[in-house]
Design a protein around this ligand. Structure first.
Ligand SMILES: [Zn+2]
Length: 211
């Protein structure tokens, strides 16, 4: 099954070129492992990147040759892109996370648990979140970018329904109040900055939420 929500082309291109921070790269690599469509996109970006570099090396890079390079992409690209070195050999998402190591599940709010992953790069942290069935998270915004990949279960909010394999890309401009579906939901998250809870309930529990 192909997930319904994918990373933006910009994120996939940054991932393919190795420009992403490591926590975001882990989340994108995990999505790519679950999504054949994005595997193909990453392979395409890697191919374009390689050809552009070749052109630059020739000292003859110009718009015409770039256009030729872009149209010369073969249709039968390999299905396995080169993931960041540490992630390439991992067999599945759990094995990718295990490359970094993780702490115990800790209670952070009603029905919600957080499990730290030993990974922080350029101010972006990786962790796992687990929410009990039916839990409604407080309305919140982000001070930075947040990437959330669903590993189990589902949640929905104003912007749609997110199921296993779906990736949500949220930034400070997006306020949402996710509600977890009828089974436990586990997510892999890369978060820059902190979340800001909104509303009276949010302000009351903000001191207890240690994301
Ligand atoms: Zn995808």
């Amino acid at each position: 099954m192909i997930p319904a929500h994918h990373p933006s082309d910009l994120l996939l291109a940054e991932f393919a070129s190795g420009a992403l921070d490591e926590a975001s790269a882990l989340v994108i690599a995990a999505h790519v492992a679950m999504c054949s469509q994005c595997r193909q996109a990453v392979a395409d970006f890697e191919c374009i990147g390689g050809m552009l570099l070749d052109q630059v090396d020739d000292g003859a890079f110009d718009a015409k040759r770039r256009a030729q390079a872009l149209t010369a992409i073969p249709v039968d690209l390999p299905q396995q892109p080169a993931l960041p070195r540490d992630l390439a050999g991992a067999d599945g998402v759990e094995a990718m996370i295990d490359l970094y190591g993780r702490g115990p599940w800790r209670w952070i709010g009603p029905g919600v648990y957080r499990r730290g992953i030993n990974l922080e790069d350029r101010g972006v942290r990786a962790f796992m979140l687990r929410g009990a069935a039916g839990t409604e998270l407080p309305h919140h915004t982000h001070s930075g970018t947040e990437l959330t990949l669903i590993l189990k279960g589902e949640f929905s909010h104003e912007l749609g329904r997110f199921q296993v394999g779906d990736l949500e890309e949220a930034d400070g401009g997006i306020a949402h109040a996710p509600r977890i579906g009828n089974e436990e939901c586990i997510c892999l998250v890369a978060m820059e900055g902190t979340i800001r809870l909104k509303g009276l309930l949010g302000r009351l529990i903000q001191p207890f939420v240690r994301l």
